[in-house]
Structures are given as structure tokens and as C-alpha cells.
Write a protein that binds this ligand. Structure first.
Ligand SMILES: Cc1cc2nc3c(=O)[nH]c(=O)nc-3n(C[C@H](O)[C@H](O)[C@H](O)COP(=O)(O)O)c2cc1C
Length: 202
């Protein structure tokens, strides 16, 4: 894929399919953290916050991630379900933006994903009250040991505060770098089952 290839036409009718192709290319090229994206949420009065999280697949037209539902992002989403995200794969010179509602996945999906995690990560999900103040690293590790003792010899169940989220995109922008900053931008807006596409100025 030539990063500086300008396209005269939108890359296709299905932006999520193209997103997956680009992601696959980023993985194949060995880019660092090809799954990492910035996820923005906001309070109901419009104060935004943003952090990096990891892509856990596109299922039924929604982009999945896992997190702590009681984290700052989780609390913001409970009051304002609108979110936005951006991926940037530097060597591909491609950027993908999406906006839409973020919902909790079905508990069975979160359970299935949690079961596949290694045991230390499962214990960590219990040990960390993500986004809450913790007195010291020692206190965090102490909490981990308490959790380890509690589940010794047992399967670690999924904590109720931990699970999968799904962003259902209403808008997707595919961005391709062009020469002299004349980039290509294609904005896809959901129109029923299909997508409307328009080219934006760079
Ligand atoms: C490369 C990378 C990957 C991360 N992946 C996740 C993730 O998948 N889920 C998650 O909750 N936090 C992840 N984090 C941590 C978040 O950036 C953030 O610190 C955490 O979710 C708390 O954010 P909040 O307080 O805004 O809710 C990741 C951080 C980095 C740098």
C-alpha cells in the first residue's frame, strides 16, 4: 500500500470493511500497537476526556473494547453514551475516525472474552478499581494478593464492573495522506443499512 497514493474515488461503499483491511495491513506490516486507538467520551455538559484503549474486533457492525465499567470513561458513558475514536497507523499514512453510541455488550460476550484472558489479567481486573485513587503501588499489590487468595484453586469469575463495550458507528471518516498536505478524506454517514459518502477538504 503506497502511503502517498491519492485516491480520486472513495475507497469503497463499506467503510467498516475498509477499516478492517487497513487494520489487517497494519498488523501485517508489524506496526507497533496496531490495535491501539484513542477513545473520547464526554460528560453531559460536554467536557471531553480521551485515552488509549485496544481494539477487540468488529462484531455486528460495532467496534469492541474491554474496560472497567466504573472507570472515568465508564461513568461518563453511563450519563452520555456518545463516543468518538481515532486510529492512526503512521507507516500506512492512514487515519480512521468513528463516532457513535457506546453500549455495553451482552454479559455472555464479556464472560466469553474474560474466560480467554490469562489468570493474572483476570486477577488484575478484580484488583484494580480503575480510575480511583490508590494510596500506593504497595496497596495495589496488596489488593492483588488478597484477590489471589480469595480465588485460590478456583476459576476467576468476571467482575461485575468489568466488561466489553461496543461503539456503533454513525459516522466514519477514512483519511489517506496525500502529497503537500492535500490529503483525501471520505466521510461516511449511516443511512439506514447503507452509508452515504462525501469527500471533505483536507
Ligand atoms: C497501549 C495502551 C493500551 C490500553 N488498553 C486499554 C484497554 O484496552 N482498556 C482499558 O480500559 N484501558 C486501556 N489502557 C489504559 C487507558 O489508557 C486508561 O489509562 C484507562 O482505561 C483509564 O482511563 P479512564 O480513567 O479515562 O477511564 C491502555 C493504555 C495504553 C497506553
Amino acid at each position: 500500500m503506497d502511503p502517498k497514493t491519492a485516491s480520486t474515488e472513495a475507497p469503497g461503499a463499506d467503510p467498516l470493511g475498509i477499516f478492517l483491511e487497513w487494520h489487517t495491513a497494519a498488523v501485517a506490516r508489524g506496526l507497533p500497537d496496531p490495535d491501539a486507538f484513542a477513545l473520547a467520551t464526554a460528560t453531559p455538559d460536554g467536557r471531553p476526556s480521551v485515552r488509549i484503549v485496544l481494539f477487540k474486533g468488529l462484531v455486528d457492525g460495532a467496534l469492541r473494547l474491554v474496560t472497567n465499567y466504573e472507570s472515568r470513561k465508564g461513568e461518563e458513558l453511563a450519563e452520555n453514551a456518545q463516543g468518538a475514536l481515532v486510529f492512526y497507523w503512521s507507516l500506512l499514512a492512514r487515519q480512521v475516525r468513528m463516532e457513535g453510541r457506546i453500549e455495553r455488550s451482552a454479559p455472555s460476550e464479556s464472560d466469553a472474552y474474560f474466560r480467554g484472558r490469562d489468570r493474572e489479567s483476570q486477577l488484575g481486573a478484580w484488583a484494580s478499581a480503575q480510575s480511583r485513587p490508590v494510596e500506593s503501588r504497595a496497596a495495589l499489590l496488596d489488593h492483588l494478593e488478597q484477590v489471589r487468595a480469595r480465588f485460590a484453586g478456583k476459576e476467576v469469575p468476571r467482575p461485575p464492573h468489568w466488561g466489553m463495550l461496543r461503539l456503533v458507528p454513525e459516522r466514519v471518516e477514512l483519511w489517506l495522506a496525500g502529497e503537500h498536505r492535500l490529503h483525501d478524506r471520505f466521510l461516511y454517514t449511516r443511512a439506514g443499512d447503507a452509508w452515504q459518502v462525501e469527500r471533505l477538504s483536507p
